[in-house]
Design a protein around this ligand. Structure first.
Ligand code: SAH
Ligand code: SF4
Length: 404
């Protein structure tokens, strides 16, 4: 695939004033309190701001016509509605878009974290793949992020801002215009350009639990960004003690990065398995609040040549998942410079997928999307920090459609 189109990045915002975009209701109330709005008024004012920031996508306080002029002026003096800067934007031939987003520095030592955000359009939905951390503390041996140190957790605000940036870039707020995209963004009755979110970018979301669940609260708030909880999937490498709390606090869909069917191999691929072995992980899945045949848990399985891709392992995978409402996503391994692994051959993946399919799991292999721009990811990386994201979908069409 070629034909990479470089989109125009957004202009660098001046980050002199803290932005209100991405804040929770409680944080907005505190911001209002700080400019002298009395407590008894805060709830009502938060409601107004919420509508303008998250429903309308306002980028200026002037637009907020139902907020008094005096308060608008006060807010504009202290705060901004700026978004993090998009420093590079790429559009793949298949419509996949990748944005390199630079977060403003949080303190004098912070150089400003950079993260990649990937948008994957399909005919009936658009999925945004977002990050929860910069880097990762875990060290899965097949994952490029695992070779980098954790730079830091992202705040709930920075997590939410990834969706706001995507909506801006896709012209998805009222009054904005869609980019000229040759029909690559899904349209139709009730279909939003970003209808689904997967936490499958950088980082382990369950090691940044509070910020991730706060962010999900903002993303799913019906008066604002309004994403359905069933269209948000949190992917974890298996932080067992946080799985049930995630279901209770956020009620989202769950994806497990399984990748192996026995502890010995999983210990090598996903070293967190030494702490939380397969049995504990699968028990936690069995108890995941709200899991049912209509709301299945996704099991991700990266296909590594000669490592985890034998027919016996496919059969073992099916046995392991017995009794769990599950769907399986086979992910062709995405190689990176210096990796010891290779992607399984296509015939091997097909054979593996047939075994899984014959056991009753539909459409297990996803065609890799945006491969052309993922390949170009290395170029982005050399110019910026060591960053990468994976453009994949872990949502099964049929299940998802029936879930809503
Ligand atoms: N830390 C979380 C979420 C981010 S990773 C987790 O591990 O689940 C998202 C998915 O991409 C995980 O299933 C991860 O195992 C997979 N992945 C990582 N590196 C990959 C690679 N090189 N090729 C294909 N998939 C990869
Ligand atoms: Fe971290 Fe997930 Fe990569 Fe493992 S696969 S190193 S948990 S980002």
């Amino acid at each position: 695939m070629t034909d990479i189109v470089l989109e125009t990045p957004t202009a660098a915002p001046v980050q002199a004033k803290p932005s209100l975009v991405g804040l929770t209701r409680a944080q907005l109330a505190a911001a209002l309190g700080a400019v002298g709005v009395p407590e008894r008024e805060q709830r009502m004012r938060v409601g107004q701001l919420w509508h303008w920031i998250y429903f309308q996508g306002a980028s200026s306080f002037d637009a907020m016509l139902n907020v008094s002029k005096v308060l608008r002026a006060k807010l504009a003096e202290t705060y901004s509605l700026s978004r993090p800067e998009v420093v590079a934007a790429q559009l793949s031939k298949d419509g996949t878009r990748k944005w390199l987003i630079r977060m403003p520095p949080v303190d004098a030592r912070d150089k400003g974290a950079e993260i990649e955000c990937v948008y994957i359009p399909e005919s009936d939905r658009g999925t945004l793949c977002i990050s929860s951390q910069v880097g990762c503390t875990l060290t899965c041996t097949f994952c490029h992020t695992g070779t980098q140190k954790l730079v830091r957790n992202l705040s709930a605000q920075e997590i939410v801002q990834q969706l706001v940036v995507a909506r801006d870039m896709l012209g998805d707020f009222p009054g904005q215009t869609r980019p000229d995209d040759d029909g690559l963004i899904p349209v139709g009755e009730g279909v939003r350009p970003v209808s689904n979110i997967v936490f499958m970018g950088m980082g382990e979301p369950l090691y940044n639990f509070d910020q991730v669940t706060d962010a999900i609260g903002v993303l799913t708030d019906g008066d604002g960004l309004s994403l359905s909880k069933r269209r948000i999937t949190v992917s974890t490498s298996g932080v067992v003690p946080q799985i049930e709390p995630l279901g209770d606090a956020a009620g989202t869909m769950l994806a497990i990065s399984l990748h192996a069917t026995n502890d010995e191999l999983r210990n090598k691929l996903v070293p967190l398995n030494k702490k939380y072995p397969l049995k504990d992980l699968l028990d936690a899945c069995r108890n995941y609040p709200g899991a049912s045949n209509a709301r299945r848990i996704t099991f991700e399985y990266v296909m590594l040549k000669g490592v985890n891709d034998s027919p016996a392992e496919a059969r073992q995978l099916v046995r392991l998942l017995k009794g769990i409402p599950a769907k399986i996503n086979l992910i062709p391994f995405n190689p990176w410079p210096g990796t010891q692994y290779e992607c399984s051959d296509w015939e091997t993946i097909e054979q593996f997928s047939d075994i899984v399919f014959n056991a009753g799991y539909a459409s297990p292999v996803r065609t890799p999307r945006g491969r052309d721009i993922l390949a170009a990811c290395g170029q982005l990386k050399s110019e910026t920090e060591k960053l990468r994201a994976r453009a994949r979908l872990a949502l099964d069409d049929e299940d998802q459609a029936s879930a809503d």
